[in-house]
Ligand binder design. Structure first.
Ligand code: FAD
Length: 448
């Protein structure tokens, strides 16, 4: 029988967090064993997308970005590389009262394993990741390639792009996000993304346009019975505040608020005014002066409907696997990007240690390692999101009381989770081959 060789030509779909992290991590893990390793990342956008606002990175996400060399690159950007977050402070919008905090530092003010939280604009994170990827000698990124389908053959998998071209790989990794075409056209066609019923209304606001003092140090989550409003600096100099309201929106109303390229000025203006009204209707009675100013000011809010992908379906075929949101998009919380990074690092390590085994065995080992964790995280994030649905007066008060209790009781589990390091986690190991088993027993018998 011919020995099995590791994949040499790897195709990754999507240049998001999972896709680039996967390219960097596979390059590091497989390069010593595969001299002609070629990793090509195909991204549907022609250029990096500037939309999406800011993202919070937990200590786990920062640790993994540091290991991939991305954190140094973010730091080199200066103030735009993001604001350090010691804690997300929680407040009641009704009373302005402090409810508690999610701390990213220990009692001595030190980050967990050296890392705190960070709030950074998505575009800055993408630029940092791409800069590191460009330096990797066996990674290439090709823009303007939207996947529309694919198929598997004996020793390869093929993806088809909208422009009529295709890419062939020994291994194809779908990292194309919540609406993944690799999943819906190829791996698991019966698992579309589902609208959660909740949306983000996001805006970036110049701090000097807000005259009231801010009630938070770097980051705040302001709770009400109509949803929550996040307000956080997203640059080190505190020049910009990222605001995001998490609110219930019916699926039918989404199309009314969609800003699209090509819309005339009057339509865009009407949508912007309607979104401002939506924010005022829900949070107009806020008792926190700086949040009230944001709500009543001429802020341009953008609507981001939130979708989820239940993790319970198929994650792989024989030569294709899904990672990140493509496999399991949970309603986003601060850990979501960390799960995409964990996926990339763990899969790359397994791919390397199973390099002499069929790909399907590496896929099985990865699923065995990951399924339970992801199912558990998905359920936890669904429960958390339920708290942002519209509530009656009494239920809203109970939510506030329960929130401080909840923050306290989960503190230890949360902080323990921030110590996680995907580069150190014990992995399943390939079963020894029959030849090796018989050699071992021969040697054992000889020494007896
Ligand atoms: C509004 C919002 C706020 C969030 N805030 C946070 C937060 O604060 N902290 C946090 O940890 N997580 C947050 N998340 C979740 C986090 O953004 C995701 O978990 C993370 O981006 C997943 O990474 P990914 O690489 O799997 O997918 P993505 O980041 O979505 O990347 C997918 C990539 O694939 C490309 N692509 C898509 N379709 C195709 C195709 N057909 N062909 C080729 N390329 C394609 C896309 O253009 C994109 O570049 C938030 C999510 C949302 C929606």
């Amino acid at each position: 029988m011919e020995p099995i060789s590791p994949p040499q030509n790897i195709v990754i779909i999507g240049a998001g967090i999972a896709g680039i992290a996967c390219a960097l991590s596979i390059s590091r893990e497989l390069s010593p064993f595969v001299p002609n390793l070629k990793i090509t990342v195909y991204e549907r956008h022609d250029i990096l997308s500037t939309s999406g606002g800011a993202i919070n990175l937990t200590p786990v996400a920062q640790r993994h970005l540091a290991q991939l060399g991305v954190l140094d690159e973010l730091d080199r950007m200066g103030p735009e590389g993001g604001a350090d977050v010691d804690a997300i402070e929680l407040f009641s919008m009704r009373s302005g009262r402090s409810i508690g905090s999610i701390n990213f530092t220990d009692n001595q003010g030190k980050g967990f394993g050296g890392y705190k939280g960070r709030r950074v604009m998505r575009i800055a994170l993408s630029v940092a990741m791409l800069t590191v990827a460009e330096r990797a000698r066996n990674v290439e990124i090709v823009f303007g390639k939207k996947v529309i389908g694919g198929e598997e053959f004996q020793g390869s998998a093929v993806v088809h792009f909208q422009d009529g071209t295709k890419a062939v790989g020994d291994l194809v990794i779908g990292c194309d996000g919540v609406h993944s075409a690799v999943r819906t056209r190829f791996v698991d066609v019966d698992r579309p993304a589902e609208y959660t019923g909740l949306s983000f209304l996001q805006a970036t606001i110049d701090s000097d346009t807000i005259s009231s003092p801010t009630h938070f140090r770097t980051s705040s989550l302001n709770i009400s019975r109509h949803g929550s409003m996040l307000a956080s600096y997203c640059d080190r100099d505190g020049e910009q505040i990222f605001a995001a309201a998490i609110v219930q929106f019916s699926q039918e109303s989404l199309s009314r608020y969609r800003l699209e390229p090509g819309q005339d000025w009057a339509t865009q203006h009407k949508i912007r005014c309607a979104l401002r009204e939506e924010v005022r209707d829900r949070f107009g009675k806020c008792a926190i002066p700086c949040i009230k100013e944001m709500i009543e000011g001429k802020v341009d809010w953008m609507l981001y409907p939130v979708y989820q992908v239940r993790p319970g379906g198929r994650w792989c075929l024989n030569r294709v696997i899904l990672l990140g949101d493509a496999a399991h998009a949970m309603p986003p919380r601060d850990e979501s990007a960390a799960y995409a990074l964990d996926d990339a690092i763990l899969f790359s390590r397994i791919l390397s240690s199973y390099r002499s085994e069929p790909l399907t065995e590496a896929f099985d080992a990865y699923e065995t390692l990951r399924r339970d964790t992801i199912n558990h995280a998905f359920k936890a994030s669904r429960r958390m999101w339920e708290r942002n649905r519209e509530m009656g007066f009494l239920e809203g008060r109970i939510k506030e009381w329960m929130m401080s209790f909840h923050l306290k009781t989960n503190e230890n589990a949360r902080e323990a989770a921030w110590a996680f390091d995907a580069t150190k986690m014990a992995l399943p190991t390939p079963a020894p081959s029959e030849d090796l088993v018989s050699l071992n027993s021969f040697l054992r018998n000889r020494t007896l």
